[in-house]
Design a protein around this ligand. Sequence first.
Ligand SMILES: [Zn+2]
Length: 413
Amino acid sequence: MKRLLSLFCLAGLLLTMAACTEGAQAPSPSSTPSPSPSQSQTPDPQPTDTPEPEPEPVVYPGPDVPLVEWGPDQVVEHLFFHPVVAYPELAFDGDYMENGIDDWMVTVTEFNRILDSLYERGYILVNINDVWSEQPNENGEMRMVRNTLMLPEGKKPLIISIDDPNYYDYMLENGFTYKLVIGDDGEIWSYGKDPQGNDVYSQDLDIITILDKFVEEHPDFSMYGTKACLSVTGYVGLFGYRTNTDKANQTPEFEENRQREIEAVRPIIAKLKETGWYFGSHTWAHFNLQDASLEKVQADTQKWMDEVGSLVGETSILFYPFGGRPDGTDVYSIGPVFRYLQSQGFRVFCSVGFSSYTQIKSEISAVICDRLHPDGTTLRSARALEWYSQFYDAREIIDLEARPDRPVAWLEE
Ligand SMILES: [Zn+2]
């Protein structure tokens, strides 16, 4: 039942991401605004030269912080978010996207409230790659095992993943930031436009820069500076840069622009890696694996590796679009699509649910896990005060002034 619900939950918004099929969107050079410095909040963030990397500050926990074991039987919670709504007046303007954004996103205000609550309750960010590892079993077969984590006393481990930080075209019109850039200070900023159409460079409007700032201000919210896993697709490129191919547009001009975009995104990716971010696949085309053919999955995976993996590097983490489990299920059995994906190097397969459920597979080297999703569906749910109560009190998170006038189940009881 839980898994049925989770499939249902993700089927909404992302269906309307017009481009779940290959080539459905034809990015033009003009869709990638150049970060001109006019009206910017930071001086000239044009990423012309890659700045010299500065020595990293000492990260938490230092040698003076005693660490205690968090054993393999103790839960490692896993939350996921989409990009956050920077301008609710654009997101919730009554157009066809309004309900989808209300369902599947949180606003900047809500995300800040959630971070404050997670921090107050003792959560600390860990890297999903540290939670499990692959080891030989007694028969010499490689299998996944849950590691013992070493954490500061009183802290509880938390994985955060962020799906679809690709800066899809629909987001640009609906109150989200447009792309990541590197400012003169060498740090990541977001670029976008405010409701009046002014260029805005900021570190307070994008989920990535907000989390960067939060960890900078609260170093003990992160083990060794780790941030979150960025679950990226490929069909409109990466982080606001149109690095993707497009079957419908194979002109030399398109390819020249694509190569420029590839060069432009490289320093962004390098900076993200340097500052604790890491990457997973969300497939290239963002399609449901539940009923996808093996051939389709093979072609898509190759394309993700060619266009995305070639830039962000290898990953063993796969995030199912719409939460859709390959071959119809990966809980009760392993099918050919799952086996193929595992053969391509994926080991951690993430769906969506209402608990941080995990299952280490015995017959193959893989682990499946669910993630919880703070968003409009769960914040409005009758069980909002119960399902997410270890993280926050939904009554203190939901921003009903910014969100559209839709039912809040726990208010009506
Ligand atoms: Zn997605």
